[in-house]
Design a binder for this molecule. Structure first.
Ligand code: SAH
Length: 441
């Protein structure tokens, strides 16, 4: 904790540490009654009892946020001992000393505290084994694949109560990201535990992501276990895909869209267009039912990967084009082209609050062009992975595009990320991907 910069701040910190007498004195009678019913403090829940972790004290606002289900608490809402270096497990207490939970503490990010557990339990190796096993158990239920030929997200960070840890499985290999100080410091531990639980052929580290800079962590990628597996083949539905775990985008592929791609394939028909195709994963699903698919990406490398993937699946009805999807959509609609199936899966247009307006213009434009291009009865699969743009806003933007294009639109499905990317109730940040399957009348 930094030194107070003013007497006012000193008083605020003091209150955070010891509780405010003023606040106690003005408590309503109802609150006083509630207090009477509270169970007496368990010995050890005021002073560290089960462990000697340092205690971080929560303001009232932080206590409320935790009670509302959130797991991130900002630095301005906590008082932490000055000697914390970041990355440690801390006990959480309210201003009166009541135990609230245990968390990872971060010294750099504005998110100072990320909840691990609301129980007073030891956070040791056994704890992490249990958390990992819990996470893997969900995937065994939602995507049972004992042969491990598919890809799946095994650990989805905060949504699996393992904040700052991402683990994806591609067939028999794992790709791992440790995005915060605490998980980065424990990456060897996680690699060993994953090795023990899953016996993977290799574990790749993909810590070459910008979010790590908020934590003061450098960009890094390489092998944690085993040899570089190169291109790893896996199945998505009936389609064979390949991910280069060391050089592909994200941890190798965009696994959050896996179920949406398979679903899109079910509706595909006639002439199809897959915009922002990357390695052709949507296009190859569409190709199973559509007569012909045009797949567009701005990146040459993506186009080359897509062609390879098509060849691997012996698919001949997909044409990969390297182009700006905005330009291509405009040119096609000006030329009066018609499509029966269109997929729009752009990168996140809104990366921060400041870019929401521009992002919405981007979403509106591509959806408007797509509506102009749709033949009657055609299917539009339209996605947004911008967390900043929530479901309602995205849907409103798509509606504006539809009405500008004078099209009536049925909603066939409102979808999100695949089930192996769970969201945590109370943590909107874990719900970012929107996918609407629409039928244009
Ligand atoms: N649909 C893909 C994932 C798409 S990721 C899948 O399911 O796997 C977004 C892709 O959009 C990236 O490959 C990126 O190269 C591409 N891209 C970004 N801007 C673009 C633009 N203006 N036109 C076409 N492609 C673009």
């Amino acid at each position: 904790m930094s030194e107070p910069r003013s007497p006012k701040e000193a008083r605020r910190l003091e209150r955070l540490k010891h509780g405010s007498r003023a606040a106690r004195d003005v408590r309503s009678r109802a609150a006083a009654r509630q207090r009477v019913h509270r169970p007496p403090p368990v010995l050890g829940s005021i002073q560290a009892g089960t462990s000697d972790e340092p205690t971080v004290v929560f303001s009232k606002r932080a206590v409320d946020r935790l009670a509302e289900g959130h797991v991130w608490i900002y630095r301005s809402d906590v008082a932490a001992p000055a000697n914390l270096s970041g990355g440690e497990v801390v006990r959480l207490a309210d201003e009166r000393g009541w135990f609230l939970g245990k968390a990872f503490y971060g010294s750099r990010s504005q998110i100072a505290v990320r909840l691990l557990t609301r129980e007073d339990e030891p956070v040791d190796e056994q704890f992490f084994v249990h958390r990992l096993a819990q996470a893997i158990a969900l995937r065994d239920v939602v995507r049972p694949d004992p042969e491990r030929r598919q890809a799946a997200r095994l650990v989805h960070g905060e949504a699996d109560l393992l904040p700052g840890l991402i683990v994806d499985r591609y067939a028999d290999c794992l790709s791992m990201q440790t995005l915060i100080e605490a998980t980065d410091a424990r990456r060897e531990l996680f690699a060993s535990l994953l090795e023990r639980l899953l016996a993977p052929r290799a574990i790749v580290e993909r810590n070459d992501v910008r979010v790590r800079s908020h934590e003061g962590l450098e960009q890094r990628k390489g092998m944690l276990r085993g040899e570089n597996p190169g291109a790893v083949e896996f199945l998505e539905g009936e389609v064979k895909l390949v991910a280069d775990l060391l050089s592909g985008q994200k941890t190798g592929a965009f696994l959050d869209q896996a179920e949406n791609r398979i679903e899109a394939g079910r509706y595909a028909k006639g002439r199809a267009l897959d915009c922002f195709t990357y390695g052709g994963a949507f296009a190859l699903q569409l190709a199973r039912k559509a007569e012909r698919v045009i797949a567009v990406d701005i990146s040459e490398q993506a186009g080359a990967q897509g062609r390879e993937a098509a060849a691997r699946n012996r698919v001949e009805n997909v044409e990969f084009k390297v182009a700006n999807a905005f330009d291509l959509l405009r040119a096609e609609s000006e030329a009066g082209a018609r499509y029966d199936t269109i997929v729009l899966d752009p990168p996140a247009f809104a990366k921060s609050k400041d870019t929401i307006e521009a992002a919405l213009r981007g979403y509106k434009e591509i959806n408007l062009r797509a509506f102009h291009l749709m033949s009657p009865g055609g299917v539009l699969v339209t996605c947004s992975c911008s967390f900043q743009v929530d479901d309602a806003t995205f849907e409103r933007t798509v509606l504006q595009a539809a009405s500008d294009a004078k099209r009536s639109v049925q909603v066939i499905e409102r979808r999100g990320a695949a089930k192996d990317h769970p969201t945590l109730l109370g943590v909107p940040e874990t719900r970012y991907l929107k996918c609407l399957i629409l039928r244009v009348l």
